[in-house]
Ligand binder design. Structure first.
Ligand SMILES: Cc1ncc(COP(=O)(O)O)c(C=O)c1O
Length: 368
């Protein structure tokens, strides 16, 4: 079976994890801080804050910006439900708009139309690692006085106009779930250039603690929670970050090979990368007809493929939620939900694997 993904777990990763276990320091600590430093240096942002997941990071971001009941937050329909869950969790109203089929990203015009005097922030998603059109988003945000929280769950490594994702939104949150190529098993990391927001989020995730020279002087300055990322998990991400350029280049190379192997086939549409952006290729996705049948048949042929992600407007969680406004019919999101197919992509995928996968996909499409 050719799997969809395979986390990058080398002897170097195992040695670092074992060293942490041997140290006995298992909670958040110096290794988490080293990992945060690596991410900060890589992105070139001022602050990177490790948390337990992208979802808790997004919730933290909303709380840091004071979002709560009565506020509206706009999100795209085609995304993992966590993007919208967090809005409900803090008691605000989630406003759902369609996407653009070509890029699979939020429809900027629909987003702007959905703004009301209650809109406080937007959560655009750099889905699958495709960076957003930040120029356009920032213009909309400035015009309507909105904050941008980017759900960059899949976009660590992506860039736009020469700068890494993590530098454009007020707060950007990445996932470190094992589907992502830098993973800590479960985890997330927040990037921001705003020191006041960073200080608040760093404290809130740590029981609301203030910065103190020693334990005796500790003050709990605010009500907080525990979203800390343990040294054990951070060790995995820390070693992987040493290799991020190699891993990212490999994903870009493998995606290029997929494009070449699939190009010129009318049955397959390859979504576009945002103009002036570099896609981190968290997932390599195409649009095909009869997608569900293809997933089944490819599995029988030894290839694991998957859907892209979900449509919020089809989920009971949001249909039943009276603090949820679905704007329009969502034809583009529905199309993506029904036709997007994700192909295997991981560091060790070989040329032979890719030839087998694409030949099999083309055969399935022809025989349907
Ligand atoms: C777009 C998007 N947002 C949020 C999440 C949730 O991330 P996590 O599992 O780190 O909470 C995911 C997970 O895949 C995602 O794809």
């Amino acid at each position: 079976m050719i799997p969809l993904i395979k986390p990058y777990i080398t002897q170097e990763v195992k040695d670092k994890v074992c060293a942490v276990l041997d140290s006995g320091y298992l909670t958040e600590g110096p290794v988490t801080q080293e990992f945060e430093q690596c991410v900060r240096d890589y992105i070139g942002c001022k602050h990177a804050i490790a948390v337990t997941s992208c979802t808790t990071g997004l919730e933290l971001a909303l709380r840091a910006l004071g979002v709560g009941p009565g506020d509206e937050i706009i999100v795209p329909d085609y995304t993992y439900p966590a993007t919208a869950d967090v809005v409900s969790i803090v008691g605000a109203t989630v406003v759902i708009v369609d996407i653009i089929r070509d890029t699979m990203l939020i429809d900027y015009a629909a987003l702007e139309k959905a703004v009301t005097p209650r809109t406080k922030a937007i959560i655009p998603v750099s889905l699958f690692g495709n960076p957003l059109d930040y120029d356009r988003l920032k213009k909309i945000a400035a015009q309507h006085n909105l904050k941008i929280i980017e759900d960059a769950a899949c976009a660590l490594g992506a860039s736009y106009q020469g700068a890494k994702v993590g530098n454009f939104a007020d707060i950007t949150v990445f996932s470190l779930h094992p589907r992502k190529f830098i993973t800590t098993g479960e985890g997330g990391i927040i990037a921001t250039n705003d020191s006041a927001l960073a200080e608040w989020m760093g404290s809130y995730k740590h029981f609301g603690m203030g910065i103190a020279p020693d334990r005796l002087a500790t003050q709990f300055e605010r009500i907080g929670t525990n979203y800390k990322l343990s040294n054990v998990l951070a060790a995995i991400g820390f070693v992987q970050m040493r290799h991020i350029n190699k891993l990212l280049n490999q994903r870009i190379k493998l995606s290029g090979a997929y494009c070449e192997l699939l190009m010129g086939n009318a049955e397959i549409i390859i979504p576009q990368t945002t103009h002036n952006g570099i896609h981190s290729r968290q997932s390599f996705c195409v649009y095909v007809k009869d997608r569900d049948l293809i997933i089944k048949k490819m599995r029988e042929a030894g290839v694991e493929t998957q859907i892209g992600t979900y449509c919020l407007h089809k989920q009971k969680a949001f249909l039943r939620n009276d603090r949820c406004r679905i704007v329009g019919e969502m034809p583009e999101s529905k199309y993506a939900f029904e036709n997007c197919l994700t192909l295997p992509l991981f560091d060790e995928l070989t040329e032979e694997n890719q030839k087998y996968i694409t030949a099999n996909l083309l055969n399935q499409l022809k025989s349907n």
